[in-house]
Every structure is written in C-alpha cells, then in structure tokens.
Design a protein around this ligand. Structure first.
Ligand code: PXL
Length: 283
C-alpha cells in the first residue's frame, strides 16, 4: 500500500503533567501534517525533574506485543524517534525495533534524553548511559545536549569552558559512534546567545544557529527541540534549516512562558506557538 502522508513512530514515556516526551512529540509532529504513531514506554503522573511523589507504570511488557501486531499489519514508517526511556531493557528492545522497522531506510532519531547541566536525571546511572551509547550507534541522527554528549563519549563535562574547536571535535566524535547527522543543543559562545550546532558527516559540513538566551532552566525544551527538528526534516527541510526552525520554535515557547510567569517545572507554552511552527515548517 503506498502512503501519501509521512509517518513517524515515536517511542517515549507519557509524563501526564509537565509537557515533555510524548505530550510534546505527538502534538508538534502531528501539527506539521505528519502521522504520528506513539509507543508509550511508561506512564508517569509527572516527569521526574522538580517533582516528588510521582507514579511510574512501566510498560516494557507491552512493547514487544504492540510491535508484533504492527508487523502483522505491515506498518512502515519514515522515522523512528526515541527520547526518555525507562530502563536498559528498553534500550535493548528499541534497538531490535529499529531493525524490525527499517524498511525504506527511515530517519532514526535518538535523543539520548538522560541528563542536563552536568547531571544525570534522577532515575539513571552510568550503565544506562553506556546503553544509550549503543542505541545512538544505531541512529542516523542524534540530538544530545552537551552533558549528554559527554556521557555518550565518556569525556569530561566542560561546563561553560569550551570553544568552537571543542564543539566541532565533539560533533565529529559523536558521528564516529554511528549517526551521520549530529545536532548538539545548548551551545553558546556569547553570554546572550544560545543555540545549536549541526554536523552532517556525508558532506563533512558544520553549521550553527543562535537565538537570544533567556536565562533560567525550562523543563522539556530538549524534547520540544528534537520533535520540531524531526517535524521539519519530515517536511523536507534541510538539516541547516531544521536546526534554525527548532531553535526559533523552542525560544518562542520559552518567551511566552517567561511572559506568563508560569512555574518552569510545568513545561513551556509551546501550544500558543504552534501557528508559528506551521508557518515555518509547512511553507
Ligand atoms: O526528556 C525529559 C523527560 C522526559 N520524561 C521524563 C523525565 C524527563 C526529564 O526529567 O523525567 C519522565
């Protein structure tokens, strides 16, 4: 059966409150005209950053039967996209899913969502980070922040003490793990600017995109960034265009949140930026 519409399969948790993982990936990718198939890995009452007492229902046992059913149906996809995962067992399961759904050479985006600001998220340890390196090896595109890049490469976290040469060496080291395309987020060479750096190994080219830096820590913005990046790529934007669109959409949502004075752990107001997303991606 031929498909006119692009399709993405995204594999992440549902954090019911807090606007991250599937509750941002599904609306963002869908809004750009891409059918978005979800595979929830766990259900939490909130995400794990800044909340205590959250519930966690592990859905590991459901993943293989769901995928087996999809294989019976002959489901094919233009992209496989993973974010926050619950366990090392899930990392191994997902590596198999990549193999099972690789017909047609889909984009395989692994966002190694596991750490920020020099720290692993509370649920993870170094063994989980090693597992993430193996999963990234199977990706065509990975989108770590600087903390995650250092964990993937087992290199020392530099804090803010890095320069352009360090960023470009890190991009190339990440590509050497497997993915031909690498986007590093949270890159800054000037105090008032923040953005992303991209490396495309097939053309050996590096590009940057910066926007204003809005000070503060905003939860879920890494997930918003990766989801927007994928949405743009599936709408035939180049990697260089897509990193800029994802920066503009993410900073637009942060700007609205700061203006509203909302508590950062509840995530950012990306909903009211969706019109801009559609203008940037679907034109
Ligand atoms: O990628 C962010 C994220 C997603 N899901 C859960 C999280 C976090 C970050 O803390 O806790 C459950």
């Amino acid at each position: 059966m031929t498909r006119q519409q692009k399709r993405a399969i995204t594999i992440q948790d549902i954090s019911c409150v807090g606007r991250c993982s599937l509750t941002v990936a599904l609306p963002i990718i869908s809004a750009t005209g891409v059918e978005t198939v979800i595979l929830p890995t766990a259900i939490l009452s909130t995400h794990t950053g800044g909340f205590t007492g959250y519930t966690f229902r592990d859905l590991t046992e459901d993943i293989d039967p769901i995928c087996a059913h999809w294989q019976e149906l002959g489901i094919e996809t233009d992209a496989l996209y993973t974010g926050y995962l619950g366990s090392q067992e899930q990392q191994l399961q997902i590596a198999r899913i990549f193999d099972d759904f690789s017909a047609g050479n889909p984009i395989i985006l692994v966002d190694p969502a596991m750490a920020d600001a020099g720290e692993l998220y509370p649920a993870f340890d170094l063994a989980f980070a090693r597992g993430m390196t193996s999963l990234v090896a199977k990706a065509s595109l990975t989108v770590p922040n600087i903390t995650e890049a250092c964990l993937l490469l087992e290199k020392e976290y530099p804090g803010e003490a890095y320069d352009q040469a360090w960023i470009e060496e890190t991009l190339r080291e990440l590509a050497a793990l497997g993915p031909k395309q690498v986007v590093l987020t949270g890159v800054s060479f000037e105090a008032d600017k923040l953005g992303a750096a991209a490396y495309d190994a097939s053309s050996n080219s590096i590009s940057y995109y910066f926007t204003e830096r809005i000070s503060g820590y905003f939860h879920g913005t890494g997930d918003i960034y990766s989801s927007t990046l994928l949405a743009a790529l599936l709408n035939d934007k180049s990697l260089v265009e897509a990193i800029g669109i994802a920066c503009e959409f993410t900073v637009g949502a942060i700007r609205r949140t700061v203006a509203a004075g909302t508590e950062a752990r509840y995530g950012v107001d990306f909903e009211n930026e969706i019109g801009n997303l559609i203008r940037m991606v679907c034109s």
